[in-house]
Design a protein around this ligand. Structure first.
Ligand SMILES: [Zn+2]
Length: 291
């Protein structure tokens, strides 16, 4: 993504009915296709493509991957399904947020025929073959169309962005609270739900597997509370957005090794869970609940 490798993950479950979890961006789709080919998954071999949510770093490549793998069913939460069939509105709002950077960061989400899309409710199941199932659990907070997915064969839980952004280079974890959907209580409930599922590992979309499940999910919740507390304080002091961002960035800086590591690692954090996006998302929520 955006010229970085190791920043946005897609996971291939190489079961009897192979399943791709997250496509990554549209610009990454040819890389994903070639990687699947190298793993022995040809055009008609992929049974399912599922995305945790429809943000472009996770689902931007769905239309391309659906075209490359014409037998695959595309699975997404019901609140995201229509945007995969007709991405016009999603792309227009992404263009407003990102401007010209959209093309280099994400590329264009292309539409998928509605007949190939299966919409998930609060829970759902994807057949991985041979009695193995990938179960979906609605987990809003980061986005209103977010699901977590747990594999009955391994106990791996695909957490999308609902547990924040993890950087394997440093072990840092930072919340991902963008506008317009972020909601603290909903996000904390989703983390609690993940704890209740008792996973063996957490598979972050950004980035990679983590075995320390309990500590990591505790940290996810703690990070949310800290960012919300600081943003609430900035709001109560009457700061505008720019000052609030600067204050929260400054007061959280020492929590993250990444920010004092090399520039490229720090830049990844800013791209994936940037202080401007996080603080704007929290303020947007605060304005809704306590204007
Ligand atoms: Zn993401």
């Amino acid at each position: 993504m955006a010229g970085f490798s190791g920043i946005t993950a897609g996971y291939l479950i190489l079961s009897d009915r192979p399943c791709l979890v997250e496509t990554g961006t549209s610009t990454s789709a040819p890389v994903v296709r070639d990687a699947l080919h190298d793993l022995g998954v040809g055009p008609d071999d992929l049974a399912t493509v599922v995305v945790t949510h429809i943000h472009l770093d996770h689902a931007g490549g769905v239309g391309d991957i659906a075209r490359f793998f014409p037998s695959a069913e595309v699975v997404v939460h019901e609140k995201g399904a229509r945007h995969l069939a007709d991405p016009t509105r999603l792309m227009a709002s992404a263009r407003m947020v990102w401007g010209d950077r959209l093309d280099t960061l994400f590329g264009e989400l292309s539409p998928t025929e509605a007949s190939r899309i299966r919409a998930l409710g609060d829970t759902g199941a994807i057949d991985l073959g041979n009695g193995r199932t990938l179960s979906s659990h609605y987990s809003p907070g980061h986005a209103k169309h977010h699901v977590g997915l747990i594999d009955s064969g391994t106990g791996d839980l695909y957490v999308g962005d609902a547990a924040g952004v993890y950087l394997p280079q440093t072990g840092d974890l930072r919340p991902a609270t963008p506008p317009p959907d972020f909601d603290l209580d909903t996000a904390l409930n989703s983390i609690a739900l993940f704890q209740d599922l008792g996973p063996e590992r957490l598979l972050f979309s950004h980035y990679g597997p983590v075995k320390e499940v309990q500590d990591t999910l505790d940290r996810s919740a703690e990070e949310l509370r800290i960012w919300v507390d600081l943003t609430r304080q900035a709001k109560s002091e009457g700061m505008d957005l720019d000052h609030a961002i600067a204050m929260v960035r400054d007061r959280t800086r020492e929590r993250y090794t990444a920010l004092s590591a090399d520039d490229e690692t720090a830049e990844q954090f800013e791209l994936l869970s940037g202080a401007p996006s996080n603080v704007a998302g929290i303020l947007h929520w605060l304005d809704r609940v306590s204007p």
